[in-house]
Write a protein that binds this ligand. Structure first.
Ligand code: GLY
Length: 369
């Protein structure tokens, strides 16, 4: 191990946070051109806006520098109108965008905004299906609505578990648990691999089909589907202590570790026949790297130590091969089907690598958020 990899990587990413905060004024950083470093922004935060605030919250927690809190709060305030968007991705937006400020810094405004997001989202729960549907304004370009489910929404349920405790609303916690459990049936295959999406009958809750929006085929394993399941079930176990979530987290993590390339950086879809002559996805890999560090703190003994070693090796591979001197993590693959941002810096990939580096430099407890 290069002893300096963690602090060097952390400092580079911190510099990128500063550069972004002082250069982006309209909208939320979404994805950037790795050559110029120029961000394409999303005016209202799309599904990714919270990750940018999340980096600012992490930076404030790690350094104590109040400029980062100021930036995090400015962007968190811009999320307020999103509380009523008809999208399940309110989970991502308000967990990373606001809850982090409440949990890491005890910030009262962050707490209020996180609760606003949670309180508004619970209204879209389908009690018959026991799940939150994607909603009519979800990010996916097609197949959105009230009978569609995605594995990348399990993580957001953790927002509701936290909010249930804060607002003394045990019903919200029950909804979150049910949502996460339904998605095991919807998206997690017997062998521990994960399918991105499923349709269900909104009137009966019955699952109708499994499919993907962004993978190569409906029966393939799109790298981010696997990664979102891993972080989603780890967080749900972390926040609830429920054993079945830990079982899913370890099964999906073990599948990843058994199928990832020897150099640890995943290709965009594990089943692309063009591998190795195809896109990597550093964002999926960063999600998993940060998750393995959390899992290591939740699983005792030799197994936990093995997850920690795998997490460290994965972070090392990203820092050595894909993080440049300006703190730009290149080679994230946003949407290969649309040819959109297929070799770019992606705000969520950067968030998770920054989170992992915060843990590895001792600035953040591994299973705190
Ligand atoms: N919809 C989340 C993703 O593209 O990863």
């Amino acid at each position: 191990m290069i002893d300096t990899a963690w602090p060097t990587g952390f400092e580079r990413m911190l510099a990128r946070v500063k550069a972004t905060a002082t250069s982006v004024t309209d909208g939320f950083p979404h994805y950037a051109d790795p050559a110029s470093g120029k961000w394409t922004t999303s005016p209202a935060g799309d599904w990714t806006g919270g990750f940018w605030n999340g980096m600012c919250w992490l930076a404030c927690h790690a350094t104590g520098d109040e400029r980062y809190r100021k930036w995090a709060l400015e962007w968190a305030a811009r999320l307020r109108p999103r509380a009523t968007s008809d999208t399940v991705f309110r989970g991502f937006l308000f967990y990373y965008g606001a809850l982090l400020g409440a949990v890491l810094l005890g910030d009262p405004q962050a707490r209020e905004i996180a609760l606003l997001g949670a309180r508004s989202w619970v209204g879209s729960f389908n009690a018959t299906a026991g799940a939150f549907p994607l909603g009519a304004e979800a990010e996916e370009a097609s197949d959105v609505g009230h009978g569609e489910a995605n594995v990348d929404t399990v993580q957001g349920a953790a927002l509701l578990v936290w909010a249930a405790g804060e607002a003394n609303e045990p019903r919200w916690r029950a909804m979150a648990l049910s949502h996460a459990r339904r998605h095991i049936e919807f998206c997690v295959r017997e062998d521990g691999s994960v399918c991105q999406s499923a349709s269900f009958d909104p009137a009966t809750g019955r699952m109708l089909r499994r499919y993907t929006h962004k993978g190569i085929r409906d029966d393939s394993t799109w790298a981010r589907a696997q990664a979102w399941a891993i972080v989603g079930y780890i967080l749900m176990h972390q926040w609830t202590g429920e054993r079945d979530f830990l079982d899913v987290a370890t099964r999906t993590s073990d599948w990843w570790l058994a199928h990832a390339p020897a150099d640890r950086v995943a290709f965009w879809d594990f089943d692309d026949p063009a591998i190795p002559d195809t896109n990597r996805d550093t964002s999926a890999t960063a999600i998993v790297a940060a998750s393995l560090l959390k899992l290591a703190a939740l699983v005792p003994g030799e197994r936990g130590r093995a997850y920690r070693a795998a997490g460290e090796a994965t972070v090392r591979a990203l820092v050595a091969g894909y993080l440049d001197a300006r703190g730009i993590l290149s080679h994230g693959c946003y949407n290969r089907r649309l040819g959109l941002a297929t070799q770019n810096e992606l705000i969520w990939g950067s968030y998770y690598l920054f989170e992992a580096l915060s843990v590895l430099t001792g600035k953040l407890e591994s299973a705190k958020i």
